[in-house]
Design a protein around this ligand. Structure first.
Ligand code: BG6
Length: 490
């Protein structure tokens, strides 16, 4: 049983409380936790930032953000008044050690849980940890939540992890990958490990290949300067796509503990076959969007986005074929694809099953026979199993049709809203459950694999292929999968 948060009071220190992430995602998530009765009446939600705001001005800015980002039917004034009593503000300049004494004076380390959420640039992580510690603001049980990115390659991630580990032991570090907080991602574990029908056929004997697509319609959203140093491989593949791949490919843990799950994910990352430079051209494709149209609106090319410094070789799209060298997945390719300015926002995992060993129906209908399990994370959360049935008719002998067994979560739980990823993650961090957070060795293993590919691209002077905004990426991405006699799920 997980501890009930209502039994424990908690000080959540939100560093970077005036930033975009806090305002858009974290305060709305905290409001919903309060609404669901999941915050102890004595818990304090403390905004820590360098702005000169008074406590009242800060509380008013949180109110305005909730009015903006929480749907009207969920925002109730009486609830807001209760919620606002939990809010506090501390003005702290992260580079000023003396400012941290304000935090030490504020927190009561004796009988409260202290959770420090660093919703700041990683360049502040070291200073914040050091100053908190030197100001005696950290109880031995204090926890820390770190947002991605943890570094931009293996070396820099080790550096950040080393600094943070001087002040927090691994069992108190919560590294966020917000995809792990998404409801259907957790459902994937249940689907695989609570259903013998599915679990027993989850291997190379039954599965032909797996596709994971994370498509976004947005472009760079005003952060060209940052994104141009990073690109889609570091921003999305290293974190979200590899985490999804781990959850699909991992062996069953012997129990649902944080380390039970993370040990199995780590084994997958370590079994990923490094992409050698001579295979790169056939196994991975980088793209960059040019001007185009999306939902009837014209979109600028990447080079013309606000803040652009002109021509750049940074990728906004990646497609690749990964292989996992172990007994469960030998010979089963995992195709990953992610990009900005795609025709629709959509995240899905598609499991393609192998066909029956011998086909006895109309040869012209062979194409219809194709079992697929489609796990959709966004925009609608659903799981569909594509099966083949007979078309009801007296004519045409036995005519085959593909039909879907559909579990639509947004539909089935009509009166129960699906909690956002950040609600789940904030709740679990306050509860002290690390299952949905990424362990140090996982981050480092995924960087090690990505670094090999990024390095190979750089060594062979690979240039990005252009694709028009509003399309599914460069032609090379289609060629990548079609070369293997397969095609992307539409
Ligand atoms: C973030 C990336 O981690 O995830 C962004 O830095 C990306 O570039 C975002 O847009 C996508 O998240 P979601 O939940 O909207 O799919």
């Amino acid at each position: 049983m997980q501890p009930n948060l209502q039994d424990q009071s908690c000080d959540l220190m939100l560093f970077g409380a005036q930033g975009d992430l806090s305002m858009r995602k974290l305060f709305p998530a905290l409001y919903y936790l309060f609404k669901a009765g999941l915050l102890h009446t004595d818990s304090r939600l403390v905004g820590v930032a360098r702005g000169d705001d008074s406590q009242e001005a800060f509380i008013e800015s949180v109110k305005q953000t909730l009015i903006r980002f929480v749907p009207e039917e969920d925002f109730e004034l009486s609830l807001w008044q209760g919620f606002s009593r939990h809010l506090h503000y501390l003005k702290v300049d992260f580079s000023q050690p003396s400012d941290f004494s304000r935090i030490a004076d504020f927190v009561d380390q004796s009988n409260r849980i202290m959770v420090n959420y660093l919703a700041t640039s990683p360049s502040f992580y070291g200073d914040i940890c050091k100053h908190l510690s030197e100001a005696n603001a950290l109880a031995p049980s204090a926890r820390i939540i770190l947002e991605k990115p943890i570094g931009h390659d293996l070396e820099s991630s080790i550096e950040i992890n080393n600094i943070v580990s001087q002040y927090f032991s691994e069992d108190r570090i919560y590294r966020i990958d917000h995809y792990l907080g998404k409801e259907t991602v957790q459902n994937l574990l249940v689907l695989r490990f609570a259903n013998h029908l599915i679990g027993s056929q989850w291997n190379l004997n039954f599965i032909d290949h797996v596709q994971i697509t994370v498509a976004e319609t947005v472009g760079i959203e005003g952060r060209w300067g940052y994104y141009d140093q990073v690109g889609q491989m570091r921003d999305m593949v290293q974190s979200h796509l590899l985490q999804l791949l781990c959850l699909v490919a991992m062996d069953p843990p012997n129990q649902l503990s944080a380390d039970g799950i993370r040990d199995e994910k780590l084994k997958v990352l370590r079994a990923l076959r490094p992409l050698a430079p001579e295979q790169i051209a056939k196994q991975a494709v980088r793209g960059q969007y040019s001007a185009g149209a999306l939902n009837g609106q014209t979109c600028p090319g990447y080079d013309e986005e606000e803040g652009s410094q002109g021509k750049s070789n940074t990728e906004t799209f990646v497609a690749l074929r990964a292989n996992i060298d172990n007994w469960r997945w030998a010979g089963v390719p995992f195709y990953l694809r992610t990009g900005k300015r795609m025709p629709t926002k959509m995240t899905e995992i598609v499991i393609y099953y192998k066909n029956q060993p011998h086909y006895i129906f109309d040869p012209k209908q062979k194409e219809v026979v194709n079992n697929k399990l489609i796990i959709r994370l966004q925009p609608d959360e659903s799981i569909q199993l594509q099966v083949v049935t007979k078309e009801p008719s007296l004519e045409n002998g036995i005519s085959l049709q593909a039909q879907e067994l559909n579990l639509d979560f947004s539909d089935h739980s009509k009166n129960r809203r699906i909690p956002s990823a950040y609600e789940r993650l904030l709740l679990e961090a306050m509860r002290g459950n690390q299952s949905l957070f990424v362990r140090r060795d996982e981050i480092e293993a995924s960087w090690a694999w990505c670094d090999t590919l990024i390095q190979a691209w750089s060594e062979c002077h690979d240039s990005v292929r252009s694709y028009s905004a509003g399309t599914w990426g460069p032609i090379g991405s289609i060629a990548l999968i079609e070369r293997d006699g397969r095609s992307w799920h539409e």
